[in-house]
Structures are given as C-alpha cells and as structure tokens.
Design a protein around this ligand. Structure first.
Ligand code: SF4
Length: 475
C-alpha cells in the first residue's frame, strides 16, 4: 500500500496547494453529491456499481451533472493507449468545468498503472484508488477530507474481502458477478497482470449467496466475470472447486434463467466446461474464446501458450459437444514483425471458424508490457489495411449468419425499451444476438419467443409470437 503526498517543484506551487486544500477543508461538510464515469470493460462497470453502493452508504447522492457534483470519480481503463488518453483528457477538462470545491478521485486500471505519477501529471486529483483497493473508498475519502492531503492507495494484488452486497445496479434484469480477479497469463501485449495483479478467486459460498440474492430480487440473467473465468479455483486447491463445478452450483438456483461468463482463455477451456454448457439449462451457448492471431510464431511472441492447431482442436471439440454453440473472439492485427503471410493465416482462421462475434483491433504499444521491448514496426497503413480486411470479412459473416436466422423463432430475454424507438423493446438471444421487436415495457424481464423477419447491421428485427405471462422483476 502506498500513501504519499506529492512532491512539488516550487514553494509557490506548494503554497497554492496548501491554500486550496484548506479551502476544501472548509467546504468538507458540504460533500453531498457525486458523479461517476466508467471507462472500459464489464469488470470496471461492476467496480463502479460497488463504488456507487459505498458512496450511497455514507449518504451521498449520485447525480449526472459533473459541473455541480461535490465529488467526481473516474473509473479508468488502461488496456489501450486511447482509453488512457480519453481519461486524461477528461481530467484536464474537469479542471475548468468542475465546481471549485469538488474533489476528484481516479480509480481503475490507470490508477494501478500510473500510481503517484498521476498526481504529478494532474495535480488537481485528490486521490488515486487502485482496482484492488475499492473497499477503501470511504476511508480514503474521509482521510482526504480530514487532512486535505492527496492520497494514493494501490495494492499489487486483490486480497481483501469486498462487501458485494452493497452493489447498486441500474439494470433490473441482468447482473454481473465477480468470481475471480487478476490474471496469471502474462500475454506480452497486455497490462492486466501488472495492473490488476495475480489471479485471486472469490469464495464459492460468497458467490452463490450473491447469485441467490439476485435471483430472489428477480434478476433473470447473471454474467460471471473475471479476466480469465475458467482459471477459477486453481489458486485455491484447498476449496476443491473448479469453474465447471461452480457453474453446476449456480445452475441449481430456482428462478434463474440464464448464466453467461466472460472472458475465457483457450487453454483453460476444458471438456468438463464444454459438457456443462451442453448439460446445464441456464448456461448460454456462447463462449468468448479469444484467438488473437492465426500464426504460431505470432502466438508464441504474444505468449498465448497455445498453437493454432490446439485452438482449432478445442473449437472442433466444443462444436462436437455443443453443436449450436456461438463463439466470440478478439484479434490483434499488426503485432510487431507480423508478415503478410502470417496475417493471411489469421484471415484464414477467421474465415474457417466463422466467429459469431469478433472484436478486431490494430496493435498499439502499451507502456509496462513486455511487447514494448519490440519495435512497433508494422506501418500504420499496413495495420489499417489488415484491420479493414478482417472487419469486412467479419461483416460478411454477421450478414450470412443473420440471413440464416430469417423466419426462425428464437428465445429472447427482454432487457429494456429500445433507445432507438419507444415502441420497440430490445433483448438478446442465448447466443448473444441483439433483437428488436414491438412490445410494451411491462414485458421487460420476461423470456419471449421472437420470430425474426429482418435485420439491420447486426441487430435482428422480429415479432413476439405470443406474449408470455409477466414475471415480476425486482429493483
Ligand atoms: S489472458 Fe492475456 S490478454 Fe487476457 S487479461 Fe490475461 S494477460 Fe491480458
């Protein structure tokens, strides 16, 4: 744990800061409202929901206007350079737009990556709170208010019990539940093992209790979250439980309609997990299964610890056990030294496997990753061309897949009224496809059979066959 005051270059800067902090001290009794902005992945969204709960538990009110909030909290992402630049840009703008007395806190992966250097870069920040320290949010806030000093708390691994009961969720139908934090895989392009630390599984009884409480409140879908969910339990052999065992336990909850999980590393996808997808009624037939590249040399350089052949074998086995499974992937093009022939191997892999969901990116260097030691030697125009080639291919796959669904009837969980048109509802199939259809808001939280008649881009359009009896959905 690091708690540190910033060192300032000059006496003048120091005096201004002391004056400013005393001013805040005078206003501390008026910290009544907060604004929170989340960048990045679902793990961050869940962490924000927990922090909202913590702040509400001390009587603060959440507001949407950052210019009038007493506390502004940015929950940042560090996975790409662009994500960091966005958060830093926001911090710069806040200096002008926030209320003078407002406190600024930075949480999330950028807090872990930059630590006290963030205070040097943006001196207006009052506290930096790492992803492994969110349980300390209120303690840090009290400390900053009491002393007027800046604070940095960034633990290298997650080792504290978090009060997940305090989570405040906006979505009344679907909930995220954290089951494991951190990552031990050390892919050479990724900062996560260095920002979030090693894998730490959450106790299964605690997970089960949270899932049960969510179902009792009326939640219909639970997504189990972790950087690598299928490593679950390996760091705690004494618990004698692995990911597929946990899924069996959660599936037994009466009233739960769907379970999803995100994200998986291909080497940890076991036959037992594939059989669980086949056998457990709640477990959706969708696996996000990042390939990253189709060339063995590049996979090795990425430290993905599988070969293309091993990956293809897993896909074949999964499809033989769960024939209707849909696969998602992440792909990076333009990794250092990637040749045209190696890129072509990636293109062919996409064409052959035909993923239902593809997140495709051009490589960019990340500070703090092992890949920084290699020159980013693929010219931007080559990266862009490779990216466009794959995006175009993936678009065609989306189109072909959706054309085959025309006229079919699919089970859809109704999630919310559509923002696009107020007479429409939106939902998802078990295989994670977006569907829009006419209906009334009282159907939110129900499972409906939707007959697909058309699609636009990736969204299926359809009609409810016969609206099912309503289910009560909790808050
Ligand atoms: S598996 Fe690799 S890409 Fe995923 S979080 Fe871990 S190190 Fe990063």
């Amino acid at each position: 744990m690091i708690v540190k005051d910033t060192q300032f270059a000059s006496f003048q800067q120091y005096s201004i800061l002391i004056f400013f902090r005393l001013y805040i001290l005078l206003l501390m009794r008026h910290v009544k409202t907060f604004f929170i902005k989340t960048y990045g992945c679902q793990m961050n969204e869940l962490d924000s929901e927990i922090m909202v709960g913590l702040l509400k538990s001390r009587g603060l009110e959440r507001i949407d206007d950052e210019t009038t909030a007493d506390l502004i909290l940015l929950n940042t992402c560090s996975i790409r350079d662009l994500a960091e630049r966005k958060a830093l840009g926001k911090l710069g703008r806040l200096a002008k737009t926030r209320k003078n007395s407002a406190l600024i806190g930075v949480a999330g992966c950028m807090a872990n990556a930059k630590k006290e250097a963030l205070l040097q870069k943006v001196p207006n920040i009052d506290f930096v709170l790492g992803t492994n320290n969110i349980h300390e949010l209120n303690t840090v806030l009290d400390e900053v208010l009491r002393t007027g000093n800046q604070s940095v708390r960034v633990d290298p691994r997650f080792e504290h019990e978090l009060d997940y009961q305090i989570t405040v969720r906006d979505d009344p139908v679907k909930a995220h539940v954290s089951i494991i934090r951190g990552c031990d895989k050390y892919c050479t392009y990724c900062v996560v093992p260095y920002t979030r630390g090693p894998e730490v599984s959450r106790h299964p009884d605690d997970i089960f209790l949270e899932c049960k409480q969510l179902v009792d409140k009326g939640y219909k879908e639970i997504t189990l979250l972790g950087q690598n969910v299928n490593s679950y339990g390996k760091d705690k052999p004494e618990w004698n439980i692995l990911f597929h065992d946990l899924l069996h336990r959660i599936d037994s909850l009466e009233g739960l309609e769907r379970v999803r999980f995100m994200t998986s590393h291909p080497v940890d996808i076991t036959r037992e997990l594939m059989e669980a997808i086949r056998d457990l009624p709640t477990l959706c037939e969708f696996v996000h299964f990042p390939l990253q590249a189709g060339s063995n040399r590049i996979l090795k350089k990425m430290h993905r610890i599988y070969t293309k052949e091993e990956y293809f074998e897993k896909v074949a086995l999964l499809r033989s056990i769960v024939p209707n499974v849909a696969l998602g992937t992440d792909i990076i093009v333009g990794f250092p030294t990637e040749t045209d022939a190696e890129f072509e191997e990636t293109r062919k892999a996409l064409e052959e496997i035909r993923f239902s969901v593809g997140f495709i990116f051009a490589y960019s260097q990340r500070k703090g990753t092992p890949a920084m030691r290699w020159k980013d030697d693929i010219p931007q125009e080559v990266k862009d061309e490779r990216l466009q080639t794959l995006l175009h291919l993936q678009e065609q796959i989306y189109k072909d897949e959706r054309t085959k669904l025309l006229g079919q009837t699919l089970e859809v969980l109704v999630e919310a009224p559509s923002k696009r048109e107020e007479t429409l509802l939106k939902g998802r199939t078990r295989c994670w496809k977006n569907v829009l259809f006419p209906g009334t808001p009282d159907l939110v939280g129900t499972l409906q059979q939707i007959k697909v008649h058309s699609f636009t881009n990736q969204t299926l359009m359809g009609e409810i066959l016969q609206p099912k009896k309503l289910l009560i959905v909790g808050a």
